[in-house]
Design a protein around this ligand. Structure first.
Ligand code: ADP
Ligand code: MG
Length: 311
């Protein structure tokens, strides 16, 4: 079916980021609930049409680890509207705020890492797509405990139009050292971002944020951001090895620590690719593909769903 603004009924606002805003909507003809992302764009009509054309590849992305795409169109010559699968537990940045101790349990982190790596592998091996924006708000969870990626960079023109907003807004960044230095940007840059995300979700504290406990961290603003980018390139990478979890008063899981360390190797040549990490049968991801944690994740997702409804 073709999507058209008159057929979409807005149900509620889900939030907004650097590039646009997202709402939960009902597609009236099919009675399907969807998420609608509206991106203001002031480029000329030719570029807008090009963006819509580039977004068409999303129709071909079919994976349990990727958000389903329903369509995109231009509205009033100044916004691009993207309609996608709605995930009823929301994104991980919201979910971590609902977690009892502000931390994700280990079993959930395993399933999550496995799902992200599977999604990245699918996008790259099947469509030659690199995600480019792995962060907690771009990973969504369903009530069944499935994790899915959204907001990946399929459109060169859209990326170009949004590039500035992307780089200089916000204080916390998931960008890899090689990306900051303008060297190569490959699928391993997404692995770096995932590593940072796992530290954040395991510890309950964003890395390189004002409350990360590091006295070197400066406040927001352009100066703070430039300083931060330098530190990502120059400092030893963040790690949970040897740290005490403030909630449990114990060290973090050994396998979790070494898995994160392998994602946060600064030299991207030495860092593993998503499929290399998935292919390691020992260690952190052991048993995940056999479904060892599926029940735990399902029960946990149900609890989160309930908490988010009560809120
Ligand atoms: P950002 O990802 O930077 O937070 P976005 O504009 O991409 O900004 O998204 C805004 C918010 O909308 C996200 O934080 C997320 O919680 C929510 N969201 C995005 N896509 C979906 C979706 N498909 N289903 C449910 N919630 C979504
Ligand atoms: Mg997003």
């Amino acid at each position: 079916f073709r999507l058209n603004n008159n057929d979409l009924l807005t149900l509620k606002n889900l939030g907004s980021g650097n590039s646009g805003s997202v709402s939960k909507i009902l597609h009236i003809p099919t009675q399907k609930t969807m998420a609608k992302k509206v991106i203001p764009i002031d480029s000329e009509a030719k570029i807008q049409t090009q963006i819509i054309r580039e977004l068409r590849i999303l129709h071909e992305c079919r994976s349990p680890y990727i958000i389903e795409f329903y369509g995109a169109f231009i509205n009033n010559n100044n916004t691009i509207v993207i309609c996608m699968e709605y995930c009823n537990c929301g994104s991980l940045d919201k979910i971590v705020q609902l977690c009892p101790d502000g931390q994700f349990p280990l079993a959930i982190l395993k399933k999550l890492a496995f799902s992200i790596l599977s999604g990245l592998t699918y996008l790259y091996t099947t469509h030659k797509i690199i995600h480019r924006d792995i962060k907690p708000s771009n990973v969504l969870m369903t009530h069944k405990g499935e994790f899915k990626l959204c907001d990946f960079g399929v459109s060169r023109e859209l990326n170009n139009s949004l590039a500035m907003a992307d780089t200089f807004v916000g204080t916390s960044t998931y960008m890899s050292p090689e990306r900051i230095q303008g060297l190569t940007y490959g699928v391993k840059s997404d692995v770096w971002s995932m590593g940072l995300m796992l530290i954040e979700l395991a510890s309950g504290k964003p890395v390189w944020s004002e409350d990360d406990g590091n006295p070197n961290t400066k406040s927001a603003g352009p100066e703070g951001i430039l300083d931060l980018l330098q530190r990502i390139v120059n400092e030893t990478p963040p790690s949970l090895t040897g740290k005490i979890n403030p909630i449990t008063k114990l060290n973090y899981d050994d396998n979790l620590c070494s898995f994160i360390n392998s994602c946060l190797i600064k030299d991207d040549n030495a860092r593993k690719s998503p499929w290399d990490l998935l292919g390691d049968p020992q260690g952190f991801l052991q048993g995940v593909s056999e479904g060892l944690y599926d029940k735990d994740v399902k029960v946990w997702a149900k609890g989160i769903r309930k908490l988010s409804k009560d809120k």
